[in-house]
Design a protein around this ligand. Structure first.
Ligand code: AMP
Length: 282
């Protein structure tokens, strides 16, 4: 694996690969890699692509400064995992490389998607995500962009940004990888203490409980029950939402056919965890 820190070096290498007729796959990450991230690398490698992974803890997407400061960094282990997965290139830009002095801050018209759920509870977060992914797509010009369903709303936001900016890459969304007890793998899980880690199982359970019990008719009570359960277990719940899987508009009455997704964001102590589960696909 080649480790690259500058845009010029990266583009020299991607140009050579493109000339050689290879397709390029891109996996943007913030590091502290786990098998969920590696599944995205594997998918790109299986497609026969030249796989570019980036590790960049993007300051622009952190609305909470302490979350940024405490974001886990495990770069040595990350490099080993990427080598093991056959990743071809690791892009490790510094902040000044992506956001040089005088960089013009684009504003993306994300509309409704930015006002709900993560958009509502993390103001500015999706603008920051779009800012960095827009840069990566312009720099790397991948044929395919790999994202995880774990960040369901982020996938929708990035799709919208790509349409707005005319990025041509195809998007592949990989399923959420989970720990044996159901907890969605996340870099932030490293910040949970032993007790919190054991209790965190309740987050995915709250979603699977909805999946198990959902029935046509009014579904508001289901979400409310899950919020009450999590709260009783000591979580500070930002939201649990049963929403249209295509638009994320909240659904109160389900016709039994509409594709739905249940999404949760909740704090265990200072650690904010998110998860989602598709409830029903037509
Ligand atoms: P992050 O490093 O958290 O920015 O994540 C980088 C990419 O990995 C994003 O597209 C995430 O959605 C994806 N990802 C994170 N956790 C998982 C998981 N448990 N399973 C699959 N993909 C994931």
């Amino acid at each position: 694996m080649i480790l690259v820190k500058t845009i010029e070096h990266l583009q020299e290498i991607t140009a050579l690969n493109r000339e050689a007729g290879r397709q390029i796959g891109m996996v943007p990450t913030m590091g502290a890699l786990h098998p969920g991230h590696i599944s995205l690398i594997n998918s790109s490698k299986q497609a026969g692509e030249y796989c570019v992974c980036s590790i960049f803890i993007n300051p622009a997407q952190f609305n909470d400064p302490s979350d940024f400061e405490k974001y886990p960094v495990t770069i040595e282990e990350d490099i080993d995992l990427l080598e093991g997965a056959g990743c071809d290139l690791l892009f490790l830009p510094g902040v000044a490389t992506l956001y040089p002095a005088g960089d013009i801050k684009k504003v993306f018209d994300l509309g409704y998607l930015e006002q709900i759920l993560e958009g509502k509870y993390r103001p500015g977060h999706f603008q920051g995500v779009c800012r960095v992914v827009d840069k990566f797509l312009s720099i790397v010009r991948p044929d395919r962009l790999y994202l995880g369903q774990k960040d369901y709303q982020q996938c929708m936001v990035v799709r919208k940004m790509m349409a707005l900016e005319g990025h041509q890459a195809e998007m592949t969304i990989m399923p959420t990888l989970r720990e044996a007890d159901g907890l969605a793998m996340s870099s932030r899980n490293l910040r949970l203490n032993d007790t919190q880690r054991k209790q965190a199982i309740a987050i995915s359970r709250s979603l699977y409980d909805i999946k198990e019990h959902i029935a046509p008719g009014n579904v508001e009570g289901l979400a409310e029950r899950s919020i009450a359960k999590l709260t009783a277990q000591g979580f500070n719940v930002d939201y649990i939402s049963i929403a249209d899987a295509g638009t994320l508009e909240p659904v109160t009455d389900w016709d039994g056919r509409q594709a739905l997704v249940a999404l949760v964001a909740a704090y265990s102590g200072e650690v904010r965890l998110i998860d989602n589960v598709l409830l029903h696909a037509p």
